[in-house]
Each structure stands twice: as C-alpha cells, then as structure tokens.
Design a protein around this ligand. Sequence first.
Ligand code: F2R
Ligand code: MG
Ligand code: MG
Length: 304
Amino acid sequence: MSLKSKFIGALIGSAIGDALGAPLEGNSMEEVNFGGDWKMISGRYTDDTEMMIGVAESLIENRGFNGADMAVKFIQNYHARRGYGPGSKEALRRIRGGESWEDASGKLFGGKGSYGNGAAMRIAPVGIFYYDNADKLREIAYKSSHVTHSHELGKEGAALQAFSIALAVQGTEKEAMLHDLKEFVKNVIYKEKLRKIEALLAEEADKKAIVFELGNGQEAFNSVPTAIYSFLRFDSFKDAVVYAISLGGDTDTIGAMTGAISGAYYGEGAIPVEWVERLEEGKKGRSYIKWLGEELYRVKFFND
Ligand code: F2R
Ligand code: MG
Ligand code: MG
C-alpha cells in the first residue's frame, strides 16, 4: 500500500472516528449500549478534527513546526460549537489576548498545565510527517502540545499517539508495535498502561475490564492507551473504531485516535466509503482534509 494512502488515511481516519463518536461523547459504556452495525449519525466533526486541521495547515505552510503560527491556526479555525475542552479554550483565549504561545498553557490548572487528551487527539499530522524520525517526532509532538497542554502527561500522551501512528505508517507488525512503544515512552504511567495492554490482549478481556484498566476519560493517560488497544485488538479499520466508540466515555476522541492509527496502518482505501461520504463537506470538510494529507506527503517527499 502506498505511503500517500497512509498519510491520507491517518487524517481522514481521525476525522471519521471523531464524527462517528461525537453524538455519544460523555455517555457511559452502558448508555452507549452497543449492539449491531454502526451508522454515522450526522457526519459533523468536533474540536478534535478542527485542531488536527490547524496542525496540518501549520506544518504545511511552514515546512515544519512553528509554534506561533500553529497557535494562530488554532485561533483562526476555532468554533466554540465544535465543543472544546475548558483548558484548550482558556489557552487560546490567553494567546488571543496577547500572551505568548510559550507561556499561556503553563498558567492552566493552577500552574500545573493540562494533561487532557486535547494535544493527542490532534496529533495525526505530526505522526505522519515525522514517521521516519522518532527523536524529531517526539520533539515536535511535545512542542505542538505545548500550545495548549504543558503538563508532562499531556505531552507524553501526544508523543505516544504520534509514535503509534508513525509505526502504523511504517507498517510495523502489530506484535512488534507494543515492544517499540514501550521502548519509546518515557513516563512510568504510560509504561504501566502499555504493560496492561499486553496482558489484556493476551486474555481477550471484556469491555468492562478495558474501561477499568485503560480508561475512557478525557485525560490523555485514560484515552491514548485505550485507542492503541482498540487498534491492536482488531484486524480492520471498521472493527477497531466501532469497538473504541462502544467503550463509551470520550467517544469522539478515542474514536479519532483509533481512527488515526488504523487509517495510517490500513490506508485510505480501508475506510468504509459510506462513512467517508457522510463526513461533512464544505470549506474545511472531507475533501480539504484529504488534500491536507496529500500536501503533507508532497511537502515531505518533494519539498516543493
Ligand atoms: N470538551 C469536550 N466535550 C464536552 C462538550 C461537548 C459537547 N458535546 C458540546 O457539544 O458542547 N470535548 C473535547 O475536550 C476533550 C479535550 O480536552 P482538552 O482540550 O484536553 O481540554 P482540557 O480542559 O485541557 O482537559 C480536559 C479535562 O481533563 C482534566 N484535566 C486536565 N488537566 C488537568 C489537571 N492538571 N488537573 C486536573 N484535571 C485536569 C479536566 O477535567 C479537563 O477539563 C476531548 O474530549 C474533546 O473532544
Ligand atoms: Mg471533540
Ligand atoms: Mg472528546
């Protein structure tokens, strides 16, 4: 499968997972009460995709990372109705008010910074653009997170999600992925979660155990590992994303992150056409997101 298809697959896959999970966000696993085929209800994406678009636009325009520009892209694209986390909203409000992108996020949550999953949910463009350089990927994942998320756990979650996407682009065998992820991750909380993923995969655990052990919340450490698990457990884009959403909780975001890894692994062609066609169109809709994937590919390999 072509690398271009994987680049596009990661971005479209992320948007599809977001739009599929959006109507269920905040419902418990029991409330989601999954049983059957999955229909995309509205096709509207949320903050996850709106911010992912900003990351991609900025990387393309700057031929790499530019923090001040990425913050501007987030602000220009911002629509409150997409449903932003309070921390991200506050960081962008501060930057709009004149604070530097380096300083704003550190003021959140009593000066601790955010460990929400808002940096990880938008990281797909970083995962594909730096898929062949783990050190650079980590550096840019941390820096792009910092615009809104300065807590170590928020940044490490984004780096782990980006590296999962990178391994998927490389076509790493699933059995080898967990080993590579464990080598890559630095924080002990994520190391422990990766160890749990391995044990849960071995025992084919039920959904209750997955939510209990890995989480389904808005914290990066309670959602990034869940997305990685959902991807590793299944053999298709569709099964992985449907499973991720069926766990309830932060369904749009865990769906988006599972969709990004799965889209990067299986490629654009493996995403159900009926979902792609239902994804919203318009100025920054599905055609634009696909174009962003193509542009990231063009800039990376042809630098023109
Ligand atoms: N905001 C939402 N969904 C609710 C509204 C959607 C509704 N359907 C609507 O239409 O209005 N979803 C989006 O937010 C999540 C990403 O959040 P982000 O950007 O990380 O925000 P934040 O506020 O920084 O972190 C999320 C929560 O995590 C906890 N938290 C983070 N850092 C903390 C710290 N240092 N100490 C204590 N708690 C911390 C807080 O509860 C934060 O609010 C995604 O789900 C996205 O879809
Ligand atoms: Mg969202
Ligand atoms: Mg969410």
